[in-house]
Ligand binder design. Structure first.
Ligand SMILES: N[C@@H](CCC(=O)N[C@@H](CS)C(=O)NCC(=O)O)C(=O)O
Length: 212
């Protein structure tokens, strides 16, 4: 498999964790977002959406990190990203979508660039925007962890699921934007538990060959 990744991209980090969790080897290809390599023709030929990550498996291109995780789970079922019970699976999917659908899209590079380019946000205003949506999303995430009765060492009991794989990269990005994470003790504790595992630890942004 070939993974098109950028070290600081949280959606790329999701896939680095996911592949490591399943013990799958891949060849990384580094796509620099600051250098706009994701908008070059050669990359657009691979992923017309011009976003990382992308995965190539057996000659076929897969995009959208959550869809790629579903693909990996279906082609390599063990260990699974989802728990057994339907109710638990719905809970894990809901947590994953708080990150993937409600937080991340609002704080993406192109959104932040548009706010600055079109609406003349200063760096401070951009950061306030970022911090606002992080706070709202993580407050909801933490509330769901607390009210579900399902959280344990990880988001769902004591086994890693896709919810953990979405949470940790988002917290890394939130730290980079100096968000106050103290209101989310349960999420922080889950992140600490995740970081004890090599699949989270070794795939983090600073260890990537393209990190600067
Ligand atoms: N929903 C997509 C989002 C992918 C995405 O937006 N990736 C970011 C990096 S985390 C990106 O390529 N941004 C480039 C840009 O916004 O121009 C996924 O989960 O794969």
């Amino acid at each position: 498999m070939d993974l098109f990744t950028f070290f600081r991209s949280s959606t790329s980090y999701r896939l680095r964790i996911a592949l490591a969790f399943k013990g799958l080897d891949y060849t990384p290809h580094y796509v620099s977002l600051p250098k706009m390599e994701h908008r070059q023709d050669s990359y657009l030929a691979l992923n017309p959406q011009g976003l990382v990550p992308a995965l190539v498996d057996d000659g076929a291109v897969y995009t959208q990190s959550l869809a790629i995780m579903d693909y990996l789970d279906e082609t390599h079922p063990s260990p699974p990203f989802l728990p057994q019970a339907a109710a638990d699976r719905a809970y894990v999917r809901a947590l994953s979508q708080i990150i993937g659908c409600d937080i991340h899209p609002l704080n993406n590079v192109r959104v932040l660039k548009y706010l600055q380019g079109r609406w003349e946000f200063t760096d401070a205003e951009r950061d306030e925007w970022y911090q606002h949506w992080i706070a709202e999303g993580l407050r909801n995430f933490e509330a769901m962890l607390n009210s579900s009765g399902k959280a344990g060492r990880f988001c769902c009991g004591d086994t890693v699921t896709s919810a953990d794989i979405c949470l940790v990269p988002q917290l890394f990005n939130a730290q980079r934007f100096n968000c106050d994470l103290s209101p989310y003790p349960r999420s922080n504790a889950i992140m600490a538990a995740c970081m004890e595992l090599p699949c989270f630890e070794q795939t983090q942004p600073k260890y990537q060959p393209d990190a600067f």
